[in-house]
Design a protein around this ligand. Sequence first.
Ligand code: ZN
Ligand code: ZN
Length: 587
Amino acid sequence: MCVDRPLLSLDRAFTYDLPAELEAGVGSLVQVPFHGRAVRGWVLGPTDDVPKSVLEVKKVVSPTRWFDEAGLSLCRWVSERYVAPMAAVLERATPPRVAAEENRGRAGWRRVAPVALPPPVLEGYREGPRLVEAIVAGGPGAWVLRPAPEHESAVVVEAVARCLGTGRRALVIVPEAAPVPGTAKAIAAAFGDDRVARLLGGSKRARYRTWLDVQAGGYDVVVGTRPSIFAPVPDLGLIVVGRESHPALREDRAPYYHVRDVALARGEIERAVVVMSAMAPSSEAAALALPTVAPRRRSWVPVEIVSPGPEGRAPRLVRALRESTRAFLFSPLPGYGIAAVCRACGQPAACAVCHGVLRSSEGAVRCVVCEAPGRCRACGASDFGLRRGGQERVEEWAARVASVPVHRLAADDAPRLPTDGEVLVGGPDDVRDFGDAGLDLVAILDADLAGRRPGLTARERAVTTWTEAIAWARPGGRAIVQSAQANDPAIQSLVLGDPARFHRDERERRAQAGFPVGSAVFRVVGDAHLADELAALEPITLLVSTAEGQTVCLLALDPGSVAAFGRQARALAVRDVITRVEAEPHL
Ligand SMILES: [Zn+2]
Ligand SMILES: [Zn+2]
């Protein structure tokens, strides 16, 4: 039994007597007495190691079986790999329960029917025919897929169609629910709503119903966001992770899993083929040294690098913008500019409350850090000389240059593509999978800012976003990137439409920083003994700091040492040396 107490110190199986008349088994949610209280728990299965006295399971909470043996193996893997309590894993791996749904009739089991194959694209790809063979033959096996922009959905549809042809089901993970990603739409269009389950947001009740119907074998294909990697799809033959380098594929709460790794583990357990698809794959995916499926012939937008002109208005960009009737201008910064100097006292501008940077946005100056209204730290005045730059300023100058209307996506606007006859200014959050975009110009402004962002993975996130934005240019369109560092591997990856050189550079950079690509990283919080205990594990890197009277360690481990760390972490949690473990923190 796994009792619903998500603490590392209690992270072990407890034994209870399960009366046969309860008709419960592996995956049942039951109620058990635990330390004098009634607690929920999940049945993990029988054990030979029965203690002298055992208490009895009180009742079954839900008729649903929340996982089967394969699902249990996967959750155990997650608990081990991310050093997370099994109760936390099961909580994340299953949808919130809506009891009323359990009394409804379930979708009937349907035999997976073959489908008409879509026009083949993968046969024109390097390793494409081998991927198709692997899907047809049945897994396991894992592949990195780097589609041409115009094929991003088509290759996924083709892989899924091949899988359904074998009589097995497919699971496709997309990073975001809204707006519905182009890939999810393409799958629904190709296979029909009655065969495709969507786990993309919706009400709690609708999600639970769909999850139960998926488990009942009512769908051939499941498309969903991050938690759907645990969806109980029977006869699973294919897992596709779409936009594999997207940050939303990492769970931000315990057990802090990453869909990429969970997909690989699930593929092994259920003998399914795993495809990680991304126009700019992550360093982590690249480091797995898997076969890469990519177009045989160059299939990428022409990308020009231009030096930033005044305020980034390079003459080439200005000319291109004048000629364009449908363009996207990517600017990484919101607002109109940064307060540089106080007009009243002449001092450099800084927030009066926290000394933070002051930004002008939507006509008001506010602190970027504490959001207080902008007041001079030296004299309290609120009139500042600005250093202009940011999406609002880009909108302003682009409107003077472009021959069609220019609009800007504000923070609360839903991301969208520019319409015909429109130039749109947007930022990182506006770059989504919209399917075929067909723009004639995509411009990446202020690319050199990415290198100055804090965080070890900031550059890689930028490369991913830039690549996805550039892919919006139609095959006859163009992209312009503003950078003073044309030879930077990140910039070069955009020109080539292939991040291989960037990955080599990143591998070196991250190894030098002490967090090699492919190492397992943990942020561990505990008491004064923590650092010594962790040092005994001989980690690749151990950084120690203190915060609020606690010791905080950043730990990079060889993946082979994670099991040993997990055993020790659970023991240290019992002794209160460790209070918290967070896997794969954002560095
Ligand atoms: Zn402030
Ligand atoms: Zn002042």
